[in-house]
Design a protein around this ligand. Structure first.
Ligand code: ZN
Length: 511
C-alpha cells in the first residue's frame, strides 16, 4: 500500500490552516480536560486568521456506540434524543469560552454517515476487512478489549485499568481491519518525522510497534449488542465500530466525498490537536486508514500532555474534574479562563497546577501588567492630551523591545508554545510599565512621545494577545483607537495618531 503519495502534489495546503479537535464523547458535559484541548485549538485558529491564513476550525461530538446507547437507556430516552440534547450542551460550553469553530460536526450528521458507509465499503472491496471470531476481556466504558498484561487483576478478576471495574468476557464473530499490513508504511512515515509534533510522541509509537507489533483491529460490533451506530453496508447485522466512525469526521469536515475541490484544498493544511491518551489511535490506526483510502496523512498531529488538577478547588465539583463554568466564574469571564489555559498549556509533560498558581498568573500578569497599563495610559492620554496622541516618534528602547517581542512571539507560535508566546508579551508589557515609572509622564505638560510609545506598545501587545483574550483585545482596540491586524505586516510607528475614547478597566482582580 503506497497509494497516498500520488496525491501529495495536489494537497498543497498553502495558506490554508485546517484545525481539528478530537470529537468528544457527549455522555457528560465537557470539563477542564476538554477545554484544555479546545481552547488551545481555538488560539491557533484565531492566530492563523490574524496572520491571514484561510482557516477552517472543526470540533464536534462522537455520538454513536454502546456507552451512549446505555446512558440513553438509563435516562429513558432514545440515543438520538440524548445526543441532540448533549450536542446542544457542548455548544453552550464552547460559547461560554468563545470557541470560534467553523463547523460543529456530529457523527449523526447525514454527510458524515455517508462518508463512513462509503469508506468502510472501499476498504472491504480492497480486501482490507475480513471476518473472524474474537474472544476476550472487554470494558464497556472504554468500548475496547483488553489483552493480558493490559488489564489489572483485582481479587483474581480482570479489571479495566482506566475505569477500575470488572471486565466482561465476550466472544463474538466480527470484522477486522488489516492494520498489520501497514507496519512498514507506519515505520517509514513515523521515522521520517515532521508529522507528529513534538517528535517524542512519534518515537513512543514506534517503540510500541517494536514491542508489540501491529495486530488487526476489530472494525464492527454485532448489531444485537450495539445497534446505535452505522450498519455495515454489506452485512447489516453489524454496526461500524465507533473508533472508525469517529476518526473519519476529520475528512467529512473538509468535504471528503461531498466536495472534492474543497477537500483537496483543506486536507493539505490539516492540523489535528489531540491529548496524548489517544496518540495510538491517531497515528497507527488513523494514518493506516488514510493510507488505505489513498488519502495523505495529516500535515501535523499536535499532541499535548495533561493538566494534573489535584490541587484545584473550584465550586462544588468533586474529584479532579474542574467545571468550565467554575473556571469562567473564577477568572471573570472567557478571557481569564482562556488565558490561564493557554498559560499553563504544555505539549511535553503533565503540569500540576493549583489555585495559587493560576490566580497569580491571572492577577500579576493579566490584571496588573496588562490591564493596569491600558487603564493608566488611557487615563493619562485623556487628562494630559485630551485623548489625542500624535506621532512624534517612538522611544528607541521600546521600539527595539517591540521588534524583539514580535520575533519571540512568532517563534513560539510556530512551535505551538502558547506559554512562551504569552511570556514574551508580558516581558514587553513589564518593560512598558517600567518606562511609565521611569519617565513619569504625569509630571509633564505634554508627554506626547511617551504616551505615543506606550500606545504603540499596548497596540502590539494587544494584537499578539488577541488569539488568547479576544474580548479584551476588541475592547482595548476600540477604546484606544487602533485596529487588530497581522502583526508581521503592520508598520511599527506607522499609526499617525491615537484617539482615545475611554480608559477601560479590562480585568477584575481576584481577591
Ligand atoms: Zn474502561
Amino acid at each position: 500500500m503506497d497509494g497516498g503519495s500520488v496525491y501529495l502534489g495536489v494537497f498543497s495546503g498553502m495558506g490554508v490552516f485546517y484545525i481539528t479537535t478530537p470529537i468528544y464523547y457527549p455522555n457528560a458535559p465537557p470539563h477542564l480536560g476538554h477545554a484544555y484541548t479546545t481552547v488551545f485549538a481555538d488560539v491557533l485558529a484565531r492566530y492563523h486568521r490574524l496572520i491571514g491564513d484561510e482557516v477552517f476550525f472543526l470540533t464536534g461530538t462522537d455520538e454513536h456506540g454502546l456507552k451512549l446507547q446505555r446512558v440513553a437507556e438509563r435516562e429513558g430516552v432514545s440515543p438520538k434524543e440524548f445526543v441532540d440534547r448533549m450536542a446542544g450542551v457542548y455548544r453552550e460550553y464552547w460559547a461560554m469560552l468563545d470557541i470560534s469553530y467553523d463547523r460543529f460536526i456530529r457523527t449523526t450528521d447525514p454527510d458524515h454517515e455517508r462518508v463512513v458507509v462509503e469508506a468502510v465499503r472501499r476498504l472491504y472491496e480492497k480486501g482490507l476487512i475480513y471476518k473472524a471470531k474474537y474472544s476476550g476481556w472487554y470494558c464497556v466504558d472504554c468500548e475496547k478489549f483488553y489483552s493480558e498484561g493490559e488489564y489489572e487483576v483485582v481479587g483474581g478478576k480482570p479489571y479495566c485499568p482506566i475505569h477500575r471495574k470488572p471486565l466482561e468476557f465476550l466472544e463474538e464473530e466480527t470484522y477486522y481491519f488489516r492494520l498489520s499490513v501497514f507496519e512498514d508504511f507506519l515505520r517509514r512515515i513515523l521515522s521520517e518525522g515532521g508529522i507528529v509534533y513534538p517528535d517524542q510522541y512519534a518515537r513512543e509509537v514506534l517503540g510500541k510497534i517494536d514491542k508489540e507489533g501491529l495486530r488487526d483491529v476489530s472494525i464492527a460490533r454485532p448489531r444485537e449488542r450495539v445497534w446505535w451506530g452505522i450498519p455495515l453496508p454489506w452485512d447489516r447485522d453489524y454496526t461500524v465500530y465507533v473508533w472508525f466512525d469517529a476518526l473519519l469526521n476529520y475528512v467529512t469536515g473538509a468535504g471528503y466525498l461531498s466536495d472534492e475541490e474543497r477537500f483537496k484544498k483543506y486536507w493539505g493544511g490539516v492540523h489535528h490537536v489531540i491529548g496524548k491518551d489517544i496518540l495510538w489511535f491517531h497515528t497507527a490506526i488513523w494514518f493506516s486508514v488514510l493510507e488505505a483510502l489513498e488519502i495523505p496523512p495529516p500535515k501535523k498531529l499536535i499532541v499535548h500532555a495533561f493538566v494534573i488538577n489535584r490541587g484545584l478547588k473550584m465550586g462544588k465539583s468533586a474529584g479532579n474534574i474542574v467545571r468550565i463554568e467554575d473556571l469562567v466564574e473564577r477568572y471573570h469571564g472567557s478571557d481569564g479562563a482562556r488565558y490561564i489555559i493557554a498559560r499553563i498549556f504544555n505539549l511535553y509533560r503533565d503540569v500540576e497546577v493549583s489555585n495559587e498558581l493560576l490566580d497569580s498568573f491571572y492577577n500579576s500578569e493579566l490584571v496588573d501588567t496588562y490591564g493596569n497599563l491600558v487603564r493608566r495610559v488611557g487615563v493619562l492620554a485623556k487628562k494630559k492630551l485630551n485623548g489625542i496622541v500624535e506621532n512624534r516618534g517612538l522611544e528607541s528602547g521600546l521600539e527595539k523591545k517591540i521588534t524583539e517581542t514580535i520575533e519571540a512571539y512568532r517563534e513560539a507560535m510556530d512551535k505551538y508554545e502558547t506559554p512562551q508566546a504569552i511570556t514574551a508579551v508580558m516581558d514587553l508589557l513589564r518593560e512598558a510599565n517600567a518606562y511609565v515609572n521611569k519617565t513619569r509622564p504625569w509630571e509633564k505638560q505634554e508627554p506626547i512621545e511617551e504616551l505615543y510609545s506606550l500606545l504603540e506598545t499596548i497596540k502590539y501587545a494587544t494584537i499578539m494577545l488577541s488569539p488568547i483574550t479576544p474580548r479584551a483585545a476588541g475592547r482595548t482596540s476600540q477604546a484606544l483607537g487602533f485596529t487588530i491586524t497581522n502583526p508581521y505586516e503592520t508598520r511599527l510607528g506607522g499609526q499617525e495618531k491615537y484617539i482615545i475614547r475611554e480608559a477601560p478597566i479590562l480585568f477584575k482582580k481576584i481577591k
